[in-house]
Write a protein that binds this ligand. Structure first.
Ligand SMILES: [Zn+2]
Length: 494
């Protein structure tokens, strides 16, 4: 009897919603991914327009060009600066093809681009990966995990552009597997055709997080009207018991890595069905969904003045007195969230309880903000190079210094997933030591946070703070700078 009740409850929890017609028809049925050569031809033609500039921002390992397209019809009147990035992951074509279509469409009808918009685009951020149809670049690096190290010409170029343009909005375009294995094992596809989320590092200005979430939520009406299944970006394992969350709260991807410049920053993910014989047969549908979201950033002026003011304020705001160092997604709301999935066999949309839907960013631990970071001579070369790639000013000391600093000792780096949180590989576990006087030899680095503009101060803190849970020491090149006693080479001065 008791068993029966349990089964009944489970059945109720899985109550199907009678609804079919999952996706609208593909409006561009013949569309195939544009090759590198096809992109060159599109950009060559676009460059003939007086309001279009195409510039080479980097050469890849295999000698292809990372190209930036700027479209500006208003000159100085173009005050709303947008930066769109396509295909950092070379096998995720829809964003790239949507950007190329946008470029072609604006060239065919220039008046579609408002005069107050200054539009920058890198449609193909990973040309070697796009040519080979691989996620990684030709060096085998996942570019969207390289925004801390900036070890690759492609990611270095994206950051140089961001520092030059200082966009109000950055959008990084990706694709996900709608029929991933854990959903597939339950007989489901993921419901969304396309998802979007905003930058979310807890050290970023809260007003930007709110403004970003407003863009994410405000798109829902238009997307529903157009028939596109759209929601805020979720990642994780399949419900009901898999953990569902709004991606990472870390800065090694473009959304947060470029968000660290104090603008609004977004990730968009369209859904590929990777199990179908021809993954690109519905490319046109994904491109159409992309177009809808991308054009909103160009055309929608509803909150533009407020957004521009929020970005300006964030870029002038001195960082607060504390630095969150340990943070994650958690569930803080009682009750159960329902999420939509598609029953693969019937195409019916059903709602499933997601017991582990993590809805809130939680800060577990913070440290008082440092006034400066000091880097020992032994690590001055790699960390100086890192700061140089990020455009952060620092001083190389010419005389020995004695400074009261807090040292931090590395306890371990979790190479595997944390068994408690079932995630967080590469988490850096450290121990803070008591402040003490320490001598730094000539040739040490000193990053005086008080002397930096607010945005650089924030970015220096994100990179150097030795207590960061995802600090530098998750990367082998920086782990090699840890002393035999476990002392990290970067010390905090209060
Ligand atoms: Zn991706």
């Amino acid at each position: 009897m008791r068993m029966h009740a349990t089964i009944l409850l489970a059945a109720l929890a899985f109550a199907a919603v009678s609804q079919a017609a999952v996706d609208p028809p593909n409006p561009y049925p013949g569309l195939r991914p544009a090759s590198y050569e096809a992109m060159l031809e599109i950009l060559r033609k676009a460059d003939e327009q007086p309001f279009v500039t195409v510039s080479e921002e980097a050469k890849t390992t295999q000698g292809r060009s990372v190209l930036l397209v700027r479209m500006n019809r208003g000159g100085d009147k173009a005050v709303w600066r947008i930066f769109f990035i396509g295909a950092q992951h070379g096998d995720e074509h829809a964003g790239k093809d949507a950007l190329l279509k946008l470029i072609t469409d604006i060239c065919a009808k220039p008046e579609r681009l408002p005069e107050d918009v200054d539009l920058y685009m890198v449609p193909m951020a990973n040309p070697d990966g796009s040519a080979a149809d691989t996620r990684r670049n030709a060096n085998g690096v996942d570019l969207n995990r390289d925004h801390v190290e900036l070890s690759q010409p492609e990611t270095q170029a994206l950051h140089r552009i961001a520092r030059r343009v200082m966009p109000h909005v950055s959008v990084d375009c990706h694709e996900f597997g709608r029929d991933s294995s854990d959903y597939g094992a339950r007989g489901w596809d993921e419901w969304p055709l396309i998802m979007m989320d905003t930058a979310n590092h807890p050290l970023f200005d809260p007003a930007l997080y709110e403004a970003g979430l407003r863009w994410v939520n405000d798109a829902k009406g238009a997307m529903a009207e157009a028939g596109f299944n759209y929601c805020r970006y979720i990642v994780g394992d399949a419900p009901p018991d898999g953990e569902v969350r709004h991606s990472t709260v870390d800065i090694d991807d473009a959304r947060n890595g470029l968000g660290a410049y104090g603008g609004l920053s977004f990730i968009i993910e369209s859904g590929q069905k990777r199990g179908q014989a021809d993954v690109q047969q519905d490319l046109g549908l994904r491109v159409a969904a992309y177009e809808k979201l991308l054009w909103r950033f160009i055309e929608d002026r509803t909150h533009r003045d407020a957004d521009m003011a929020a970005v300006a304020a964030a870029r002038q705001r001195p960082p607060g007195p504390v630095v969150p160092t340990n943070y994650f997604w958690a569930r803080t709301t009682p009750g159960v969230e329902m999420i939509k999935v598609i029953e693969s066999a019937t195409s019916a949309v059903i709602e499933v309880p997601a017991y582990n839907y993590m809805d809130t960013r939680v800060i577990k631990k913070s440290v008082p903000a440092a006034s400066a970071y000091l880097v020992e001579v032994a690590a001055a070369a790699p960390i100086g190079d890192l700061l140089g790639r990020h455009g952060i000013a620092f001083e190389v000391t010419t005389t020995p210094l004695v400074v009261e600093v807090e040292r931090v000792r590395l306890v371990r780096v979790e190479d595997k997933e944390d068994p408690v949180y079932e995630r967080y590989a590469n988490r850096v576990i450290v121990e803070r030591l008591k402040p003490a006087q320490q001598a730094f030899a000539a040739g040490s680095l000193r990053v005086d946070l008080g002397a930096l503009p607010p945005v650089e101060r924030l970015r220096a803190t994100l990179l150097l703070e030795p207590c960061q849970m995802y600090g530098l020491y998750q990367y082998p090149v920086f782990r090699a700078t840890v002393g035999p006693d476990g002392l990290l080479p970067v010390a905090r001065a209060r």
